[in-house]
Ligand binder design. Structure first.
Ligand code: GLN
Length: 483
């Protein structure tokens, strides 16, 4: 039963092959048995899950239907869940029980989804390896000595190991697409403003976006349907109608114009990944797509711009964690300054402190123009590059990451080496564009992802291309040994 996708679960529940309660019990037992190897969950919510599963079964018995009614999922532990620990992977929030549900959590619960637990993540979503969590590193089910990617690494590892069919993640600079690529999943970062950020603990507010992680494009469509939509509680939420994503899956790719940026294949890309990307291009050509070389000339400036803007916003967002209002407070503070210093010094881990310092520096008087303002100008140039490219092509294709999953600890002493892994993903966040990663093959037994980017609000187009690709390839069906 644990092999079923969301779409298959919906059919099984509708045909009364099993109940949501039965399925939930099977998956909870599987998590208890296998998660100690992975560390993909921070909290399990067994009681809530069984209550929700029984309620979903009762709704079905009353004639209700819906793709998510009774479907087991989990939330990255930065989505606020009422009465349940919402830690953000940090000691700072280890004792924080959110007083309300994030909009995403509330919407999915209303659609009948069953929450099995809260997944592990890099502290405050900062990272590309899921090693900065206060609750310990997450392991990649494809090779337990390797990282699963980050920061939504708990969600990715759990879904890849078939502990559950799908989970939520968030993507500020790649944290849905990159762990999806490194664990053989399909992951989608929606257009900025498509999914409400209300109740999603902020890392960098102008870049953060929630989205689905699942094994197939078909399942991403189902989960995104439950997450997307206007929310008056989020001032950056956009009031655009939500299309039927599942209906978008079946369009033909005949004549689809795919742009491949020449900058993507420069030094730094593992040549074995380049070969797999070229294979995926050939596959899409067989389905009728037309390939065109394009250029994104400002791409080389994306990492420096992102690593100014994201820490700047983070330093501002994280200033609320001061040991006074909520979160961790140090023992026996001597005075107010000591309280602030030690609460923040003890509550935040090394990577978070590094980002706060970089961000505060970039925003300080005298440096603002030199760093922050310049980074914002680069951001606009990157957006303009995409706008020009999308005048010529319908989607942009390339690798999701320059390398497959690396060994645990391999990049710990060199933060910049980890930042460079974000080269292909962060441009979509800087421009606010939707992006998807899907399985494209293996290198040394480790999964590789291909990334698709589309114009604003064209999530349906991404899902369409990925679904057609998945109808003709079987990479996404491969299962890690031992799971
Ligand atoms: N790896 C990037 C960072 O560390 C992206 C993280 C994310 O998308 N949340 O900032």
């Amino acid at each position: 039963m644990h092999q079923l996708t969301l779409a298959e679960i919906a059919r099984g529940l509708a045909d009364k092959k099993f109940s949501s309660e039965e399925l939930t019990k099977v998956l909870l037992a599987r998590i208890a048995q296998l998660d100690p190897q992975l560390n993909s969950f921070i909290s399990l919510t067994e009681d809530l899950a069984l209550t929700q599963a029984k309620a979903a079964d009762a709704r079905r018995a009353n004639g209700e239907s819906g793709a998510l009614l009774g479907a087991p999922i989990a939330h990255k532990d930065l989505f606020c869940t009422q009465g349940i620990r919402t830690s953000c992977g940090s000691k700072m929030l280890d004792n924080f029980k959110a007083p309300y549900d994030a909009t995403v959590v509330a919407k999915l619960a209303a659609a009948g989804a069953v929450t099995l637990g809260k997944t592990n993540m890099d502290e405050f979503a900062m990272g590309s390896a899921n090693e900065s969590s206060y609750y310990g590193a997450v392991k990649n089910p494809w090779n337990l000595e390797h990282v699963p990617g980050g920061s939504s690494g708990g969600s990715a590892a759990a879904v890849a190991a078939r502990l559950l069919p799908a989970a939520t993640g968030t993507d500020t600079g790649g944290s849905i697409r990159q762990p999806a690529a490194l664990t053989n999943l399909t992951g989608l970062k929606p257009t900025y403003g498509r999914v409400s950020r209300w109740g999603m603990i902020a890392y960098a507010s102008s870049l953060d976006q929630g989205g689905p992680l699942a094994r197939t494009a078909e399942d991403c469509a189902i989960l995104l349907q439950g997450m997307a939509g206007f929310d008056p509680n989020d001032s950056t939420s956009i009031d655009e109608p939500v299309p039927d994503y599942s209906a978008s899956l079946n369009g033909s790719l005949q004549g689809l114009r795919i742009g491949v940026p020449k900058e993507y294949f420069s030094a730094g890309l593992d040549p074995r990944i380049a070969e797999l990307i070229h294979n995926s291009i050939k596959e899409l050509e067989k389905l009728g797509a037309v390939i065109k070389e394009i250029s994104l000339p400002n791409m080389q400036h994306a990492i420096p711009a992102y690593y100014v803007i994201a820490p700047a916003e983070a330093s501002s967002n994280l200033s609320r964690f001061d040991g006074v209002r909520f979160g961790y407070r140090c023992e026996d503070p001597k005075n107010l300054e000591d309280l602030y210093k030690r609460s923040r010094g003890e509550g935040f881990g090394a990577e978070v402190q590094r980002r706060i310092m970089v961000g505060a520096y970039a925003l300080s008087a005298g440096y603002y123009d030199a760093y922050y303002l310049k980074a914002q100008k680069i951001r606009r140039l990157i957006k303009n590059d995409f706008m020009a490219a999308f005048n010529e092509v319908d989607i942009i294709l390339g690798p999701t990451t320059p390398n497959p999953a690396w060994k645990l600890g391999a990049k710990n002493s060199d933060p910049v080496a980890a930042y460079l892994e974000d080269v292909y993903t962060i441009t979509a966040n800087l421009a606010g564009l939707p992006g998807l990663s899907m399985p494209a093959g293996f290198v040394d037994g480790l999964p590789v992802g291909v990334q698709l980017l589309a114009p604003y609000f064209q999530e349906g187009r991404l899902l369409n291309v990925a679904h057609q690709y998945q109808l003709n390839t079987d990479w996404h069906t491969r299962t890690p040994t031992g799971f």
